[in-house]
Design a protein. Structure first.
Length: 306
């Protein structure tokens, strides 16, 4: 049995599709889980509780964590650390392996241009500090022999999902004839992890014994395009004008007083003020895989939304 905790999100769904390559026993756990594959087992559970975590993990050989708690610092402070501690304990009790899906919020801002698995950890945001603590607990549990664990880490998502910033701010805007939107700077490089690539890579890693005990960056096209160039490329494929508007950091401060999502995003604005290049060469070389090229990503979205 291979189990996905938080199976309803974009990564959880892509992971479920890809796990069929390795097993026909797939369990999806969440508040209201829905089948991705015909034979999926569904378990409704509140993963913010010890009972819910134990219920979800019970009897699992591999547990994948793709949970996404509400994007609020106050919620993250309350939920993330107790959650991962319960998951680690449940995995230990069931002799389950753990694959934790992570982001780059804990990385040192001075090293974002060429991030790899050895990038220094120096979070400058509250959310980053929380994610750093959670990641440390996962790897400490492996190093002490409590469980077998690994981390699958991604850049910002690219895919048809609400938490994909380029999809909602660039693709959907351009597709409807509006100006694409971005944050802080248009002249800075920013690359993304295509959600189908992340699902494929997580399934592969979870079923590779030698992958445990390490951090792995998800396959991500590392073409150096700044946001203005990226928008132009997307507009060309969509056959629309490459209109782009930028929300300056000062405006984020003002709007944050009235709009909670902007307020929550402002502390991460440093990621949009400098070049952000996510290096996935480790997994590409180790497994001989390649990320989906940017053009193919956009064409896939275009076909799906046609």
């Amino acid at each position: 049995m291979q189990t996905i905790l938080g199976a309803g999100g974009a990564i959880g769904r892509e992971l479920a599709k890809n796990l069929t390559t390795y097993t026909d026993e797939i369990r999806l756990v969440g508040r209201n889980p829905e089948k991705v594959n015909e034979n999926d087992e569904l378990i409704a559970a509140d993963l913010t509780t010890e009972e819910g975590v134990k219920k979800g993990v019970k009897g699992s050989e591999v547990v994948y964590v793709t949970v996404g708690f509400e994007y609020k610092t106050s919620v993250w402070k309350q939920l993330w650390v107790p959650f991962i501690e319960r998951v680690i304990d449940a995995c230990a009790a069931n002799k389950s392996k753990l694959v934790f899906f992570d982001n780059i919020n804990m990385y040192d801002p001075d090293f974002l241009d060429g991030m790899d698995e050895n990038t220094p950890i120096r979070p400058v945001s509250e959310k980053g500090k929380i994610r750093a603590e959670v990641a440390k607990k996962v790897m400490d549990a492996h190093e002490t022999g409590k469980i077998e664990a690994q981390i699958a880490r991604a850049a910002d998502f690219m895919g048809p999902t609400q938490n994909s910033v380029p999809y909602s701010l660039i693709y959907e805007k351009l597709k409807t004839g509006k100006a694409a939107q971005w944050l802080c700077r248009k002249d800075k490089v920013h690359n993304f992890t295509f959600t189908p690539d992340a699902g494929m890579a997580m399934a592969l890693l979870g079923n590779t014994e030698s992958a445990y005990g390490e951090v792995w960056h998800m396959p991500s096209d590392s073409t150096r395009l700044n946001i203005e160039e990226y928008t132009a490329k997307m507009a060309d494929i969509l056959e629309v004008k490459p209109k782009l508007s930028i929300l300056p950091k000062a405006m984020m401060t003002l709007l944050g007083w009235f709009m909670s999502p902007i307020k929550e995003l402002k502390e991460m604005s440093y990621q949009y003020e400098r070049d952000y290049l996510f290096d996935s060469s480790k997994i590409e070389k180790r497994f001989g895989i390649a990320p989906t090229p940017i053009k193919e990503q956009i064409l896939a979205l275009k076909t799906e939304s046609a």
